[in-house]
Design a protein around this ligand. Structure first.
Ligand SMILES: Nc1ncnc2c1ncn2[C@@H]1O[C@H](COP(=O)(O)OP(=O)(O)OP(=O)(O)O)[C@@H](O)[C@H]1O
Length: 364
């Protein structure tokens, strides 16, 4: 793991940044469309800006299909992007396979939702961890070095005594233990960034908190920058320092987790938080799993709605919302709290204030 040195960057320092990150997946044309000039594409991610900082968890929250996993895969450089920049410590990076990819993966590791699928069933824990250590040059020179490194990794994810787990195959472990092995494997690279794509959503409710607490401890111990992808906004409040809300491929709100979850500004975030309680939730208060909510459908990402993508479902949409894309606007209640919603444009807030003065009504 990164040992703090006098020149080590301070906690909170920017590690990985996405600027205007965009991914459109081309759609294969049917015979009828072969003669048409228009190319169709799934607009999975559009113009995403985000910054991951040392020692901080950033949650990316949204319903199924909103583009969260695509953001993680783009940040991991597993997909080429359609547009935008990914910068590591301020340096734009684009890598496609080979040695540069390995060097990048040493610093930026991805953890998947399903630890069973991501671990090879025919190999033991020892094999998986040894491979990660070797690929990233952290296995040492002797067998004793390797043994010590393996033990350290398992201790870090609280799988002790190590001997009990090293010879196990994935099917011999519980879901939580498998996810801990997947986390240990990621740590084998000694990364600065962990991209955790729904790391607990496949796990039993009773063990989710344990795995999130482990990630939090690791974040603190090693000053990791963590992107936590989830559809459960309540767990974002519990676990993340900052929360970003994604709808239909675009970010619609962001700020510190307490503010975004307690004083949501965007009508979509409000809907997320106000929806029916979800029995699968990690914590008992507030928030819900939008993927399970019944009201309204996310839009087609092949022909996304003009203006604000949420306007067809929005209970307070104005004519402008269907025409113009809202920019990021300061909400004004807390430093850094922003939303992409016309309700927060100075024109609208001033008109609201005037109406409130005259009639004592109108507000957001
Ligand atoms: N390889 C691909 N080819 C074409 N379309 C894709 C591809 N991968 C994702 N998509 C589409 O991009 C959109 C965003 O998908 P993505 O998996 O990123 O969403 P998500 O928010 O992570 O959803 P989930 O929580 O279900 O994983 C979806 O409409 C999806 O169908």
């Amino acid at each position: 793991m990164t040992t703090p040195t006098p020149s080590a960057p301070a906690a909170g320092e920017e590690v990985l940044e996405a600027i205007g990150l965009t991914k459109h997946f081309p759609v294969r044309r049917r015979l009828r469309g072969l003669f048409s000039r228009t190319r169709t594409a799934v607009h999975a991610v559009d113009d995403v800006q985000l910054t991951l900082r040392r020692g901080r968890v950033t949650a990316l929250v949204g319903e199924s299909g909103s583009g969260k996993s695509t953001v993680a895969r783009l940040l991991a450089q597993l997909y080429p992007r359609t547009a935008g920049t990914i910068a590591l410590h301020g340096e734009p990076v684009t890598v496609r396979g080979g040695r540069p990819f390995r060097a990048y993966a040493r610093r930026v590791q991805l953890i998947f939702q399903d630890p069973f699928a991501s671990l090879n069933p025919v190999h033991t824990v020892r094999y998986h961890l040894t491979r990660a250590l070797r690929v990233h040059g952290n296995a040492g020179r002797t067998d004793a070095d390797l043994d010590a490194a393996l033990r350290r990794l398992l201790e870090r994810v609280r799988l002790t005594p190590a001997e009990r787990y090293l010879g196990s195959f994935p099917h011999e472990l519980s879901g939580g233990q498998r996810q801990r092995v997947a986390i240990a494997r990621a740590l084998g690279a000694d990364p600065e960034v962990l991209l955790a794509d729904e790391p607990v959503s496949m796990l039993d409710v009773s063990i989710r908190l344990g795995v999130l607490n482990l990630l939090r401890e690791l974040k603190e111990q090693f000053d990791l920058a963590i992107l936590y992808i989830t559809h459960d906004i309540a767990s974002a409040r519990y676990f993340a320092d900052e929360t970003l809300v994604m709808y239909a491929g675009r970010l619609v709100e962001g700020g510190d987790s307490e503010t975004v979850t307690q004083r949501p500004a965007h009508p979509y975030t409000r809907l997320l938080i106000g929806s029916a309680p979800d029995p699968d939730r990690i914590t008992g208060d507030g928030g819900a799993d939008v993927a399970e909510r019944g009201d309204g459908e996310p839009p087609s990402l092949i022909r996304p709605p003009a203006g604000c993508r949420f306007h067809p479902r929005c209970p307070v949409a104005m004519p402008r919302c269907a025409e113009e894309l809202p920019p990021r606007l300061e909400v004004g209640d807390h430093d850094g709290h922003w939303t992409a919603c016309w309700l927060y444009h100075p024109d609208v807030t001033k008109a609201g204030a005037a109406a409130a003065t005259v009639g004592g009504g109108a507000g957001r």
